[in-house]
Write a protein that binds this ligand. Structure first.
Ligand SMILES: *Cc1c(COP(=O)(O)O)cnc(C)c1O
Length: 403
């Protein structure tokens, strides 16, 4: 069976983790600090805070911005649950919007959904292809829309418009107009979960790019304290001779990254551009070449003049099929010993959100994208031979079910 997305665990990763385990320092410490520095260099944001997951990072930023009861946060219906769940955690209202044919949040749908209660928009770089951030920023800065923003915290007053919080869980290393994901909005959050392009087993990073008069270095410090119980000194600082005394300045959270995680991330990041992205692009190109010969295949866009994907997952769609046919095709692919997946079941179809009153009929493009979509395996250790097996299995399954 060809698996869907195993992590790349080779001797280099094992050695790095071993070295950290033996170093005597396994929680947040020098490796985490170094990983933050390298991430900042990699995508050129102003500061980076590593955390325990993208979910924790998104929630921390909503709470930092002061999102709570009575506020609305615009989220695409077509995403993973994390993007919306964090809004629920804060007690704010999730406002789902539809997507476009390219799987990304619809600008028109955002515009229609903005109200005087809107505090944040969370665009998602689905499959690693960046959203049109210039267009989203132009929209939130449009005088008539900015006039309807009613700040209720110091941070909201300073930004004085809707916050664009990028869910960049998939897009580490992607490009948009000469800039990298992490540097495309005032705040972006990466995921280093086991199935993501760059993994630390579990983990995430908050990329800070806030405009003046915000001080990103100072905010990094604030968030660091917020991510560790509101404690004024982290474990490493406390461990220095005579530095035992600390204070708690707020009831903070607990979502720091460990040096074990960071040591994996450092290995992954160093070879990410030259090795990981190169291999992923080869696999994307092989799928594109094979399926562009098939009448029934609708291929994802992953490179344009001004955008380039991080090649996270290959979102193939089959033309003119029903959701039931798609499910049958997936069964047939599995029968041929190949694992595939669906990204994503739109959130209004999930029990919790359905019971909360959302209906998938309000998101016709998200439903259409979902109902015909099959995600193909893309990972470093997927060989050319295996890619051929995947292509054969998919083509065979489609022919079996559709023709
Ligand atoms: C994986 C994922 C997340 C959550 O990442 P974690 O690091 O597991 O918290 C958020 N958004 C999207 C779109 C994801 O795919």
């Amino acid at each position: 069976m060809i698996p869907f997305s195993p992590p790349r665990i080779d001797q280099k990763i094992i050695d790095a983790v071993n070295e950290t385990l033996r170093s005597g320092w396994i929680t947040t410490g020098p490796k985490t600090k170094l990983f933050e520095k390298k991430l900042t260099e990699f995508s050129s944001q102003k500061a980076t805070l590593c955390v325990s997951s993208a979910t924790a990072g998104l929630e921390l930023m909503l709470r930092w911005f002061g999102v709570g009861e009575g506020d609305e946060v615009i989220v695409p219906a077509y995403t993973y649950a994390a993007t919306a769940n964090v809004v629920e955690h804060c007690g704010a209202k999730v406002v789902f919007v539809d997507s476009d044919e390219d799987f990304l949040i619809s600008l028109k749908a955002i515009e229609d959904a903005i109200t005087p209660n809107t505090k944040v928009i969370i665009p998602v770089d689905v499959a690693g292809f960046p959203c049109d951030y210039d267009a989203i920023h132009s929209l939130v800065s449009r005088p008539d829309i900015q006039k309807c923003f009613y700040p209720s915290t110091k941070e909201q007053e300073m930004l004085n418009r809707i916050l664009v919080l990028s869910d960049a869980a998939h897009s580490v290393g992607a490009w948009y107009k000469g800039k990298r994901a992490g540097n495309l909005s005032e705040i972006s959050v990466f995921s280093f979960h086991a199935v993501k392009n760059l993994t630390t087993a579990e983990g995430g990073a908050i990329c800070l790019n806030l405009p003046k008069p915000f001080n990103n270095t100072a905010i990094h410090k604030t968030l660091n304290v917020k991510s560790l119980h509101g404690q004024t000194k982290d474990a490493l600082a406390k461990s220095q001779a005579g530095s035992w005394r600390y204070d708690i300045i707020e009831p903070g959270y607990k979502c720091n990254m460990t040096d074990i995680q960071a040591s994996m991330g450092l290995v992954e990041l160093e070879r990410y551009d030259t090795d990981m992205l190169v291999r992923r692009k080869q696999i994307f190109d092989a799928y594109k070449e094979a399926f562009s010969a098939c009448e029934w295949a609708q291929l994802p866009i992953y490179e344009t003049n001004d955008r380039r994907s991080s090649y996270h997952v290959f979102l193939l769609r089959i033309k003119e099929i029903t959701e039931e046919q798609r499910d049958q095709i997936i069964s047939e692919i599995f029968r041929r010993e190949v694992s595939v997946n669906v990204h994503f079941v739109p959130l209004p179809m999930m029990t919790y959100y359905k019971n909360a009153g959302y209906s998938i009929s309000d998101y016709p493009v998200a439903y259409d994208n979902y109902s015909r979509e099959i995600s193909l395996p893309v990972y470093y250790d997927l060989t050319d031979e295996m890619v051929k097996t995947v292509i054969k299995a998919v083509a065979g399954a489609v022919e079996e079910v559709v023709f």
